[in-house]
Design a protein around this ligand. Structure first.
Ligand code: ADP
Length: 154
């Protein structure tokens, strides 16, 4: 599984998803539902954007989940979580999370290095740049660009 909040999905996420799909028979992109966190896009919108952006990837499907990632893994018999690492700053937290998930459910976490083209890219930065009128067209898939424009025009 490739878990995350994907608010919204970026080309950095899609690069990780596509490379994961080349390594495994099946990839579930698992969209976390966290009611306490403020989001620009609701869960349905976030799932719809990923579904559209991964339409050409035959072994990728999108699911939502609430609660522990390891409970989702157990339910779907998932043995491997794939995460992207952008910089050393991602590492401390991701290592802690990977070790916790392994201790909870013996699930392994595989880290893929970011594509250097996208190492500076995060959903929050995309939202911030887009909010102030910056051009994010090379950073997100067309479906996200459309929805961002639509949301910010309101
Ligand atoms: P979260 O809500 O857990 O912060 P995100 O939705 O931002 O998660 O990201 C989900 C996963 O995608 C994380 O493993 C994160 O490291 C990875 N990721 C995000 N942006 C990039 C990127 N530009 N390159 C590689 N991996 C990325």
């Amino acid at each position: 599984m490739c878990p995350g909040s994907f608010d919204p999905v970026t080309n950095g996420h899609l690069d990780i998803i596509e490379r994961s799909a080349a390594l495994f028979d099946e990839i579930i992109v698992a969209v976390g539902v966290n009611k306490t966190k403020a989001r620009m896009f609701d869960t349905d919108e976030r799932c719809a954007m990923i579904t559209a952006a991964t339409a050409a990837m035959a072994n990728v499907r999108v699911e939502r989940y609430e609660g522990l990632t390891t409970d989702f893994c157990r339910k779907h018999a998932i043995k491997v979580i794939v995460k992207g690492l952008r910089a050393v700053s991602d590492f401390d937290y991701e290592l802690q999370m990977a070790q916790m998930n392994h201790s909870l459910a013996r699930v392994e976490t595989l880290f893929l290095h970011t594509n250097p083209q996208y190492s500076f890219l995060s959903s929050s930065l995309v939202k911030e740049v887009a909010t102030w009128g910056g051009d994010v067209s090379s950073l997100v898939p067309p479906v996200v660009l459309e929805r961002l424009k639509d949301r910010l025009a309101r």
